[in-house]
Design a protein around this ligand. Structure first.
Ligand SMILES: [Fe+2]
Length: 292
């Protein structure tokens, strides 16, 4: 194995790695990738050539692979590989962490850029550690005591909901990250609807501050990997030619917060009113979970 050359791409996160051949990745290579991912959170390996078997084998070094609940692909020879083609509407142009409406959202993804436009279609990532670290102390303290309801409304399933801590803690390092995203996070559980809207719209915009981000311009054959627990990403919808990615996703763990939520879920007092509809989704989630 030759020496890998690692080039950091931005202040907050991101690195490009040269000198690796991921088609024959070994256990040691996977260990090295894990360490690099911990440091840079998103990695790019240009000029790779891997087939489906090699893509799946690479993914398995990092854990069990999952299927994406929304994407269907009938013709690839591996159920673990999902293909997203832009011409079929697969452009994720809203900031998100993948699948946070699930109890245990994905740990990481490994993306193979199979076909991309000559210009446009860049992807951006943001570091949720950096976004948390840059908050003021009072805001950090408030957020650490809160949880938020996430839903699958972007895939027309607003009834599919899950509560996660607003501040997520890395299980090994204890590092804290701001874990809300504009795509799937709908409601601060402990606040009323208008307070929740105000805080969520602030926090989900805050994580998009350019200084927490890296932007990557793809070329065909590049493999990108990201830590899906402590980052969000966004695809620039500024192209009209074909863009095809193939991806494997490693199953994740249950997000841990700083401690128990500091306050009870907010439940509207008194009789139903014209504004009760704003609480309906939270109410049904809490009821279903036996939390009220
Ligand atoms: Fe995504």
């Amino acid at each position: 194995m030759g020496e890998w050359k690692v080039k950091r791409l931005a202040g907050a996160l991101g690195a490009e790695v040269h000198g690796a051949d991921l088609s024959v990745a070994s256990e040691q290579d996977a260990e090295q990738i894990k360490a690099l991912l911990e440091e840079h959170m998103v990695l790019f390996f240009p000029e790779q050539s891997i087939n489906h078997d090699q893509h799946v084998a690479l993914g398995r070094y990092f854990g069990e692979l999952e299927g994406h609940p929304q994407l269907k692909n009938a013709y690839l020879d591996h159920p673990e590989i999902f293909e997203l083609a832009a011409t079929k509407g697969g452009i994720a142009d809203e900031w998100h962490t993948d699948l946070t409406f699930l109890e245990s959202p994905a740990l990481m993804s490994i993306l193979h850029m199979v076909k991309c436009p000559p210009t446009g279609g860049d992807t951006m990532w943001t570091s949720l550690y950096a976004a948390y670290d840059a908050l003021s102390e009072p805001m950090k303290e408030l957020c650490e005591g809160l949880t938020a309801l996430h839903d699958e409304a972007p895939h027309n399933r607003p009834d599919k909901t899950m509560i996660h801590p607003v501040v997520r803690v890395h299980p090994e390092t204890g590092r804290k990250a701001l874990y809300v995203n504009e795509h799937f996070t709908r409601r601060i559980v402990e606040m009323n609807a208008t307070e929740s809207d105000m805080l969520l719209s602030y926090l989900t915009k805050w994580v998009q501050n350019p200084r927490f981000t890296v932007r990557y311009s793809w070329s065909e054959g590049t493999i990108g990997m990201w830590d899906n627990r402590f980052t969000q990403h966004f695809v620039l919808n500024d192209f009209d030619s074909e863009r095809i990615i193939q991806r494997v996703t490693v199953m994740g763990d249950h997000p841990q917060g700083v401690g128990e939520p500091r306050w009870k879920p907010w439940v509207r007092p008194g009789p139903l009113s014209a504004t009760s509809r704003y609480d309906r989704q939270l109410y049904f989630h809490l009821k279903e979970q036996g939390m009220m």
